[in-house]
Unconditional design. Sequence first.
Lengths: 214, 274
Amino acid sequence: MTHHEVEKYRKPIRILHWIHSGAFVLLFLTGLIIFIPGLGFLAEDSWTRVIHRVGAAIFVIIPLIYLVINPKSVGQGLKKAFTWGNGDMGWLKAAPRYYFLGDEKEMPPQGEMNTGQKLWWFLTLVFGVIFVITGAVMWFAKLSAPAAVLQWMVFVHDVAFIVTGAMLLLHIYLGVFHPMMTEAWNSMTGGKISTEYAKKHHAKWYAEISKGKE
Amino acid sequence: MAEKAILYDATKCTACRGCQVACKQWNGNDEVIPIIENGVDSKNRGSYENPADLSPTTWLKMRFTEVEAGGRVRWLFTRQACMHCTDAACVRVCPNGSLYHSELGFVSYNKDTCTGCGYCADACPFSIPRSDRNLITGIAKMDKCTLCTTQGLDRLAEGMEPACVKTCPPGALIYGDRSALVAEGKARVTALKAAGWNNAYLYGENELGGLHVMYVLDDSPAVYGLPVSPQVSAATIAWKDVIQPVGWAVGGLTIIGLGMNWLVARANANKEGK
């Protein structure tokens, strides 16, 4: 049997993903040690703050570079987070049986991103912006903003940290460990998935990209 | 060990600022005097307060307040330094316990383990902690009054009084057991009231669970420019008592949830595979 593959993520997207996620993991870990009292000793002498700031700079600059290189792709990507349709309600209803029991009967055909991925991507955008704004205030206005403002910035930053920390665990789990997501990892490393996997997981998208080809 | 405290009597203070000098001298916090050709680079800031503010090397500063009352100007003095709160916001928010209560009740800190986050400075109801902060890298270390308990410079452990108390010429500062000083402060307030100072007040007896630096005032704290009812801020409580436990719960439940999903989904995948 010949093995047919389709490209799920183009190379620039994959590079963007890995640099940006690497920066996020760096930010997450250096944030975590100041959040958990037992790990706080690792932050002595401010050196994790320096790493946190290097991570923050990468976190902000890399997407901006990508925006300059390929604004169209960014526009399309942003649009996906705000495009919701009938298949999405169906996904929400079918998701528990699907992800726990592998029951695909009720799962409506999904686009390039399924509802869960869109939701994840939407929250990533929202909390990414929140992180950058609150972080910038704590970085650049530490000596000028009122103390109460700085305290609430820490609060909001940490709310975002908790939500996105849970999202990070979910993302790694679905990308690497979930028994049904056999090719999710491949899609973000080599960029390609098998046509079988594409039909099964992203039927709507596969129908769109294969239109007129067969 | 009995809790200790400092009692400051604003009605005895002459604002000589000997305490400021003694504090700097004992703790090795030299002041840099800006020099220009043939003189000192001085500015008139409209006050006799000097230096202008607390800093990592100025842990104690006398605050001068001018008040007009009854057709005359009153020049009021208070002591601006760590109040060593019982319910200390800085101790609550310190991420790794670098700030802690000593057995004498004072708020001590371990400068070696300080991460320089600055949460204490933002949480303090009296705006006391200071740090030299590199705004770009974020490298910082906090400093504040240690009540002369800095390791290697610990006067109290050697049975001495804090430097500021030792030097005070009019005896406006006294050091001793907190309970004895509360009684002494109350007696002085009673005497002030008897002399016609109806708003006389012992500041720090009950504020923030009891301060370890208390003030005898001949007027209300507001007149002296002190926070009338200092509180641990809502943001401090929201962060420490809400966000941190919620973080643990969300993190734990996520891991448990994903683990359960993995067990169930794997079992089903194996079943279908057979």
